[in-house]
Design a binder for this molecule. Structure first.
Ligand SMILES: [Zn+2]
Length: 264
């Protein structure tokens, strides 16, 4: 069933199947893929919408929050009537309305045990969370399971984005942002411009399609976006040979070493 495309699918996804880089082969790869999205806020909203629209086979959606009126300024997946609903419930309803042929799986807020269980079962993980603790946990789980990770963050007018592929031994999130830096600061609620976080979430969806279709892609390049000038800055990264998250000898202990973190 999943090794061919139906006439309906050829019509529905025709505009991207037309692209020689995607074609029928790429569309089938998307259809056969499972993607985990951790966090259904300002990043996860556009990421999930574009990946559902593109015909990814399964979207696993993890978030423990409910929709608040202050979310609606940037979390474009939700409507005013969704306030007080669990985000996963509202997200599944809207994404199913967009593309009912995709399988959606709702998951609660991820902890270490849940990540260890689910990350090995998916093809790629999108970290769309809003705090350093979760980013580090998701990174550690992806390095353990050797799964690609597309991590992004945004505050104010700026955002950053990184595609990590353990198989290529590129720098992981922990290599670049060790735990003892910024943890308290990153947990605090900061102001954010909606379209800036939307740009980053959309870029995560684009990188996901490139990865799943096995296209050339900017793996291991930290990309910073400045919403004031609309400029992207590209920074080469290098893995830290002493990093406990991506160097297997110490990776089992890193999961236990995170400081507690008060979310705003
Ligand atoms: Zn590392």
């Amino acid at each position: 069933m999943t090794d061919t495309l139906s006439d309906h699918e050829f019509l529905r996804y025709g505009r991207q199947i037309l692209l020689p880089e995607i074609g029928e082969t790429g569309q089938l790869k998307l259809k056969q893929s499972k993607v985990l999205i951790v966090g259904l806020g300002g990043l996860g909203s556009p990421a999930s919408l574009y990946l559902a629209a593109a015909g990814v086979g399964e979207l696993w959606l993890a978030d423990g929050d409910t929709v608040d009126s202050s979310n609606l300024q940037r979390q474009v997946l939700y409507r005013t009537a969704d306030r007080h609903q669990p985000k996963t419930k509202a997200a599944c309803a809207h994404l199913t309305a967009l593309n009912p042929s995709i399988k959606y799986q709702s998951l609660p807020a991820v902890d270490e045990a849940l990540l260890v269980e689910i990350v090995p079962q998916v093809d790629v993980v999108l970290d769309c969370s809003d705090n350093m603790l979760t980013r580090q946990r998701v990174n550690a789980a992806c390095m353990r399971a050797q799964k690609p990770l597309i991590t992004a963050a945004a505050t104010g007018w700026e955002g950053q984005l990184l595609l990590i592929e353990p198989a290529q031994q590129t720098a992981c999130y922990h290599c670049l942002f060790p735990l003892n830096e910024e943890t308290g600061l990153s947990c605090r609620e900061a102001g954010i411009v909606g379209p800036v976080v939307g740009m980053l979430g959309t870029a995560q969806a684009l990188l996901t399609m490139q990865l799943l279709c096995d296209l050339p892609r900017p793996t291991g390049i930290l990309q910073r976006f400045d919403g004031r000038t609309l400029q992207w800055q590209r920074l080469n990264t290098q893995a830290d040979p002493t990093c406990p998250a991506c160097h297997s000898s110490a990776s089992s202990s890193v999961l236990l070493e995170f400081p507690t973190c008060k979310s705003a």
